[in-house]
Design a protein around this ligand. Structure first.
Ligand code: ZN
Length: 476
């Protein structure tokens, strides 16, 4: 068609862990991928003391520079007098696509005007709804989500988005292969080659390679200083040799979980774990480990609510000594009353009678519960829950409280395990795919990931790039 061209804009996520938000436009059609916010608790304006405002919920976050200034996605009533184009004013036919249910990929999906479709796998929708019911979901308008079906392309005018499955459990994980009449883009989402489903990422790689992709946006989180230091002892990326294998001394996902399970198996006291409550893979593992070791797996109410909704099982629930759980049950919020009718309460006294009979979930807000629990031969397993690591100021506080409560502290995270693909594996993926243009992103140090024969591009944020005849060039 005369006059139509493919435009690419990256709004954020180049030099941050997550928050990769970009658009591909062809004529009047536009695909946005992701609506996430970079995760950096040390810089979080909402530090626990500053309150979020209601009417100004979108405007405040635009002023703070938290939300990207993407035209045509927010409602005019939320933008107020901000000159940014609203969804109502936009002439574009826009659809938004989310790879998976991590906040750095979907934190502001609830702020997008309800008439703009947002695509999200139905398992992720189920978990998000459960999180919203207990007040742990994203800030949101009343809106619905469109389903993503693995391998089934979605057409937005002449743009095609192919969701490639990376993980088929919990909320599901995808990568997106996007085609316009001018060429192709691929966004890896979170890239992992040492996971229990690594073969899916390898077949993703083979597929993208076979299509000779024009522009590859690749997660290279692990190229940051701490991982480079841990693995190579240098920041010089030229030491990274491409390899699909897990590097010497580092763990696969399976080995990582085996290590945690050993702690549960060999422990003669109470086992407490702190995990990321939306990870239904992990919830399933803890339930299984409890069954395998003759323990009862017990969750806090909000975590139990997700487990109940997702697995349709009757969970065991521990009530922390805080509101609303300390209120008479008639005054409980509706979600808690519903949960209580489908769950079994486990009391502190029951845990004291047989500490080794329980595997108990504990979240950071309720960490003081440790003081009311038996610490003899007990362990606190830090299993990727918040606060995740030393980059979070709350991490030292968590460690102090665990120590004061007399629990042994066990973690493998950030010591010889990392959740994203190890540098040599990411380099292998990129070399095999061999894109014409590589945009390394989702990383503090994207410049360290170099392509094999193509060109590395660190795009200027908000700048329009043109894809024409499979060549990406800077717009005027
Ligand atoms: Zn991510």
């Amino acid at each position: 068609m005369e006059g139509k061209r493919t435009e690419f804009v990256m709004y954020s996520g180049l030099h941050t862990i997550g928050g990769v938000n970009a658009s591909i436009t062809y004529g009047k059609d536009r695909v946005l991928f992701e609506c996430g916010l970079a995760y950096d608790p040390s810089l979080d304006v909402y530090d626990g003391a500053v309150l979020r405002r209601d009417e100004n919920w979108v405007r405040d976050q635009l002023k703070l520079g938290i939300l990207p200034r993407i035209p045509g996605i927010y409602r005019r009533q939320d933008l107020g007098d901000d000159p940014l184009e609203s969804a109502e004013e936009s002439s574009l036919n826009t659809a938004v696509f989310v790879t998976h249910l991590h906040l750095d990929h979907m934190a502001f999906m609830g702020m997008i005007a309800p008439e703009v479709p947002v695509y999200l796998h139905h398992n992720a929708q189920c978990i998000e709804r459960a999180l919203e019911a207990t007040g742990q979901g994203v800030q949101t308008l009343a809106r619905s989500y469109e389903d993503i079906v693995p391998g089934v392309p979605v057409h937005v005018g002449e743009i095609e988005v192919l969701p490639i499955l990376c993980r088929d459990t919990s909320y599901y994980d995808f990568a997106f292969f996007i085609t316009t009449p001018d060429g192709t883009f691929h966004w890896t989402g979170d890239l992992c080659l040492h996971g229990t489903q690594a073969e899916k990422t390898l077949s993703q790689m083979e597929f993208v390679k076979s299509r000779q992709v024009d522009v590859l946006l690749c997660d290279c989180t692990s190229f940051m200083d701490s991982v480079m230091r841990m693995m190579y002892g240098t920041m010089d990326a030229s030491v990274i040799k491409p390899s699909p294998d897990v590097p010497q001394g580092m763990l696969t996902e399976e080995q990582y979980y085996d290590g945690l399970f050993e702690q549960v198996k060999n422990r003669r006291g109470l086992c407490v774990f702190n995990y990321y409550q939306r990870e239904m893979d992990d919830a399933e593992r803890f339930l299984q480990w409890a069954a395998d070791t003759g323990r009862v797996c017990v969750f806090e109410p909000d975590a139990a609510y997700i487990v109940w909704k997702f697995f349709k099982v009757r969970p065991y629930v521990y009530l922390p000594d805080t509101q609303p759980y300390t209120l008479p049950s008639e005054q409980w919020p509706e979600w808690l009353q519903q949960l209580a009718a489908h769950a079994q309460i486990v009391t502190r006294e029951e845990i004291w009678q047989n500490p080794a009979g329980y595997l108990l979930q504990n979240s950071y807000p309720h960490i003081l519960e440790l003081f009311s629990l038996p610490c003899e031969q007990a362990v606190y397993l830090h299993a990727d829950g918040i606060p995740i690591g030393e980059f979070d100021p709350a991490y030292a506080n968590m460690r102090r409280i665990v120590q004061r409560a007399g629990f042994a502290y066990v973690t493998f995270f950030c010591e010889n395990y990392f959740g994203h693909g190890y540098p040599c594996q990411v380099k292998y993926f990129v070399d095999e795919v061999d894109p014409k243009v590589l945009i390394p992103c989702h990383s503090y140090n994207p410049e360290r990931l170099l392509p094999n024969t193509g060109r590395q591009l660190l795009p200027e944020i908000y700048r329009t790039y043109i894809l024409k005849d499979h060549q990406l060039t800077e717009g005027e």
